[in-house]
Design a protein around this ligand. Structure first.
Ligand code: 13P
Ligand code: SF4
Length: 342
């Protein structure tokens, strides 16, 4: 696409979402990134939280963590640029040890991934021997390496049900684990509630107190305030929100599942309790739908990925993700099982 074509398309699809004064500079950056993508024979994967101009023009594949992991597992391109956060790029590298995997900014972390270490997981395994460990994909490679199976919010219920009535350890998101306990009818406990020397009861979920710094901030009061103003709104929440927020919502699911919900239902208006850029992106893709964009919380990590950094990434191989092979080998088993459960 030429700069003029990109500017024209921006004026149609992203009007009101990207300030008009930024059209010119963004269009130039986008054209340059698309050129470099071709030159490098790269595939670009973009999470649903990317800002609208990047989301709209740059990725070959857009999606939630599960879809992007699937695309990373399938690609035959030698270079993968991950417009998302570090744990996502690491997952792509675990699946593609011989490819160059680039993350445009190493500052793109995640509060959930930071909430647990491999040592914490080893401690739990020593305390509860034989209890399978399921980790949310929002963890770093060394934590995945200690796990039996990974999952995303898109397949967590299926993964948990695959264990029948066995107790499982589910790490590290306290709220996701609590929401899954509700959906699957399992009790949830935390290590501090289990007497030393005892095992968790059959069917229980042993959780960990990690939280997403974005989703934990939504409250039932936020929902009540919006419903008071727009009684016919459909409220969608990510399962990283608290169980009370999820219970007060009309639908809860992964970022892709929320998008699917908007695409397949006819409600007067929608509110998404998740990272704010997603409301913008869904609005741009569906101008016929009304998305309430009462933006409340932005993810400081996803926001680190800019057009400028993406261009630099392609030009200068920054930042190349490395996962030591002994860790990657063990983590790969858990990630591949996650993808196969789908
Ligand atoms: P999804 O897998 O639903 O896209 O979630 C990723 C994430 O980081 C949510 O905050
Ligand atoms: Fe992590 Fe939350 Fe940001 Fe997702 S929104 S990357 S879970 S901090």
């Amino acid at each position: 696409m030429t700069v003029a074509e990109i500017k024209r398309e921006m004026g149609i699809s992203l009007k009101g979402l990207v300030p008009d004064v930024e059209f010119g500079i963004k269009a130039e950056l986008i054209a340059e990134i698309l050129d470099w993508k071709k030159k490098r024979n790269a595939v670009i994967l973009g999470h649903n939280y990317m800002e609208p101009s990047l989301y709209h023009f740059i990725p070959d594949f857009r999606g939630d963590s599960l879809e992007l992991s699937r695309q990373a597992a399938k690609t035959d391109k030698p270079v993968i640029v991950f417009c998302g956060v570090r744990f996502m790029a690491e997952t792509a590298k675990i699946l593609n040890p011989d490819k160059l995997v680039l993350l445009p900014s190493m500052k793109a972390g995640c509060s959930l991934a930071e909430s647990i270490t491999a040592g914490d997981v080893r401690g739990l395994k020593a305390r509860f021997p034989g209890v399978p460990v399921v980790t949310y994909v929002n963890t770093y490679a060394d934590v995945k390496a200690e796990s039996d199976l990974c999952c995303t919010s898109g397949n967590a219920e299926k993964v948990i049900r695959s264990f029948g009535d066995r107790a499982i350890i589910f790490l590290p998101d306290q709220y996701l684990a609590s929401n899954l306990a509700v959906v699957t009818g399992r009790p949830i406990l935390f290590p501090e509630n289990i007497p030393e020397g005892e095992m968790p009861p059959a069917g229980s979920i042993v959780g960990w107190k990690g939280r997403c710094e974005v989703h934990e901030r939504y409250t039932v009061e936020d929902i009540k305030a919006v419903r008071a103003q727009f009684p016919d709104v459909a409220v969608l929440s990510h399962p990283e929100c608290s169980p009370t927020v999820v219970a007060a919502s009309d639908f809860s699911g992964s970022t892709k599942e929320m998008i699917d919900f908007v695409e397949t239902t006819k409600k007067p208006r929608y509110l998404m309790l998740t990272e704010c850029s997603m409301g913008d992106n869904v609005q741009a893709a569906h101008p016929e739908k009304e998305m309430l964009r009462l933006c409340m919380v932005r993810c400081p990590h996803m926001n680190k990925i800019t057009l400028e950094d993406t261009l630099r990434s392609l030009k200068e191989d920054r930042e190349a993700i490395e996962v030591p092979e002994d860790i990657a080998k063990r983590a790969r088993r858990a990630v591949e099982r996650m993808i196969s459960i789908g």
